[in-house]
Ligand binder design. Structure first.
Ligand code: FES
Ligand code: FE2
Length: 467
C-alpha cells in the first residue's frame, strides 16, 4: 500500500499556465469596480482582496502597469546616489530604470535603454562620467543628452578610423531628440522614488502628512548601514500586509511579543498613500540591540518612546524607532515571488566607532531573525492562496483596518480611481479623499455612493469614501 507523499513535501506555488486555470475572471474584470464589491464594504464586513490578486499572472501583469507604473514607487536609497555621477539601477513594473546625481546636484532618472537599438545601458550601481552604450558606443551625458553617435570626446576609436563612424551626415538626425527617456524622480527621507508614467500628483501630495508626522526622526539625515537582499516566494502584497498588522505577533514572533506587546499597538494614520501603526512604549529589549544606540537628537514627546510602522504605498515598509530605521523595499518579480531589499538607517549621532559597529551587527541579526519569521509565514500564505477552494477571507477589524486601507488603495489603482486615503479620525472609520483636495468636515457617503460616483476614472474628482 502506498504511503503517499512524504509529510515534509512542499510543492512550489503554482505559476504560469497552471495558476491561470484557477482564474475566475476575464482580464478586463480585474479593472472593474464591481469585481471588488466585497472588499469595498466597511472593514467589519469586508472580504479580503480576491485570491487571484496574489496568484494570477494576468492580475500581476495588469497590476505592474496600473500600480507600479501608475504612481510613485520606492526604487532605492538616497545614499546610492549621493555623489555626482552615482548611478542607481532599479526595477519598476518590470522595467529597468537609472537614477543618477548630476554635477549640478540634481537627481534625474531615465529608462535604462539606449535610444539607438535599445541595449540596456548599465547593469549595476556604479559611478560614471557619462552613459556609454556597450553596443555601438552611443554616449549620453548624466543629464541624458546624446553626446555622440559614437564620436565623442574620450572615444576609444583611433583617430585614423574616425571618419568611418562619422554619422554627422545622416539626414534628419537631431541628437537633441535622441536623449535618454526621462522619468519623474524625487526623494524623501533616505528613499528615492520614481513615477514611471508621470501622471501621479507630486510626491509631497502622495505622502500626505507623513513627512510632518515623522519630522522629528530627521530621516533625511540618516545613513544606510546595511543592505540585504531576500528572494521571497510570495506575492508582494502578502509581505506588505503582513508588515501592517500586529495580529500575528504572538504566534509568528514569540520572542518579540514578550517585549512588544499587542496591547501597546494602535493605528497611526492620516491623509496620504500609506498605512501606519504605532507601538507605545517602544520595546526596551537590550538583547536585540535596540537600546545600544543614541536616539535622534531633539526627539521628544511620543516620538521618543514610540515605534512607528509605516507602509508607503505600494512598496516601502518603514519601522521607525527612536534610534534607528529598518526599511524594506519590495520589488515584485512574479505573481508569487518578490525581491526584497532591507536596510538599516541610523542618524549620524547614533554613536561612534566600534560601539556603533557592534550595535549595528546586533540589530541586523535581530531584524534578519524577525524578517525570516515573517518570510516563512507569508510563503505559507502563498501556498495556501494557490488553493482554489479559498475564495477570500474576512478581516478582523480590530487589527486589520490598515490592510483594508491598503487593499482599497490597490483597487483604486486597478480600476483607475485617483484618490488618496484621508485621516483616520474615528475608530472604525477610514476616510478617503481625492488627490489634491481637502476633505470636507463630514464624510457621509456610503461605499455604494462612492462606487457609483467614482466611475472608471475620476482624475482627481473630490470623491469621499467611508470604507
Ligand atoms: S544599441 Fe546602443 S549604440 Fe546601438
Ligand atoms: Fe511580523
Amino acid at each position: 500500500m502506498s504511503e503517499g507523499p512524504p509529510r515534509t513535501h512542499t510543492p512550489e506555488p503554482m505559476t504560469g499556465a497552471a495558476a491561470a486555470l484557477l482564474e475566475r475572471f476575464a482580464p478586463d474584470e480585474y479593472l472593474r469596480e464591481g469585481t471588488y464589491a466585497a472588499t469595498r464594504l466597511p472593514v467589519d464586513r469586508a472580504t479580503t482582496l480576491l485570491p487571484e490578486a496574489y496568484r494570477s499572472p494576468t492580475y500581476h501583469a495588469l497590476e505592474q502597469r496600473r500600480v507600479f507604473a501608475g504612481g510613485w514607487v520606492g526604487v532605492g536609497f538616497t545614499e546610492q546616489v549621493d555623489a555626482p555621477g552615482d548611478v542607481l539601477v532599479g526595477h519598476v513594473a518590470g522595467r529597468s530604470v537609472l537614477v543618477t546625481r548630476g554635477r549640478d546636484g540634481a537627481l534625474r532618472a531615465f529608462h535604462n535603454v539606449c535610444r539607438h537599438r535599445a541595449a540596456e545601458l548599465v547593469r549595476e550601481d556604479c559611478n560614471l562620467r557619462r552613459f556609454r552604450c556597450p553596443y555601438h558606443s552611443w554616449t549620453y551625458s548624466l543629464e541624458g543628452r546624446l553626446l555622440g553617435a559614437p564620436l565623442f570626446e574620450g572615444s576609444d576609436i583611433p583617430r585614423d578610423q574616425r571618419a568611418v563612424f562619422d554619422t554627422s551626415h545622416v539626414a534628419g538626425f537631431d541628437p537633441d531628440e535622441m536623449g535618454l527617456l526621462p522619468i519623474h524622480v524625487d526623494s524623501w527621507a533616505h528613499l528615492v522614488f520614481v513615477d514611471l508614467d508621470g501622471g501621479a500628483p507630486p510626491l509631497a501630495t502622495w505622502l500626505g502628512d507623513l513627512p510632518e508626522r515623522l519630522a522629528g526622526y530627521r530621516l533625511d539625515e540618516t545613513r544606510v548601514h546595511g543592505r540585504r537582499p531576500y528572494a521571497i516566494a510570495a506575492n508582494w502584497k502578502l509581505i506588505a500586509e503582513n508588515f501592517m498588522e500586529y495580529y500575528h505577533l504572538p504566534w509568528v514572533h514569540p520572542e518579540l511579543a514578550k517585549v512588544s506587546r499587542v496591547d501597546d499597538h494602535h493605528r497611526w494614520q492620516g491623509p496620504g498613500m500609506y498605512t501606519g501603526m504605532c507601538t507605545t512604549p517602544v520595546t526596551q529589549d537590550e538583547d536585540s540591540g535596540w537600546t545600544a544606540l543614541r536616539p535622534v537628537p531633539g526627539l521628544d514627546g511620543d516620538d521618543a518612546v514610540s515605534g512607528r510602522f509605516v507602509h508607503v504605498f505600494p512598496n516601502v515598509s518603514l519601522s521607525v524607532l527612536p534610534n534607528h530605521v529598518f526599511t524594506m523595499l519590495l520589488t515584485p518579480t512574479g505573481a508569487g515571488s518578490t525581491h526584497e531589499q532591507t536596510a538599516l538607517a541610523l542618524h549620524p549621532e547614533a554613536g561612534d566607532g566600534s560601539d556603533v559597529a557592534a550595535a549595528v551587527a546586533k540589530l541586523l541579526r535581530f531584524w534578519d531573525h524577525v524578517n525570516r519569521e515573517d518570510i516563512e509565514i507569508v510563503e505559507r500564505v502563498q501556498r495556501g492562496i494557490a488553493n482554489e477552494a479559498y475564495t477570500g477571507g474576512r478581516m478582523c477589524y480590530r487589527f486589520e483596518e490598515p490592510l483594508h486601507r491598503f487593499q482599497n488603495m490597490v483597487i483604486d489603482r486597478m480600476v483607475g480611481v485617483d484618490r488618496i486615503p484621508g485621516r483616520h479620525e474615528r475608530d472604525g472609520t477610514a476616510l478617503f479623499t481625492a488627490a489634491g483636495h481637502t476633505r470636507s468636515a463630514d464624510a457621509g457617503h456610503t461605499t455604494a455612493d462612492a462606487r457609483s460616483a467614482a466611475g472608471p476614472t475620476t482624475g482627481g474628482r473630490a470623491t469621499e469614501v467611508s470604507a
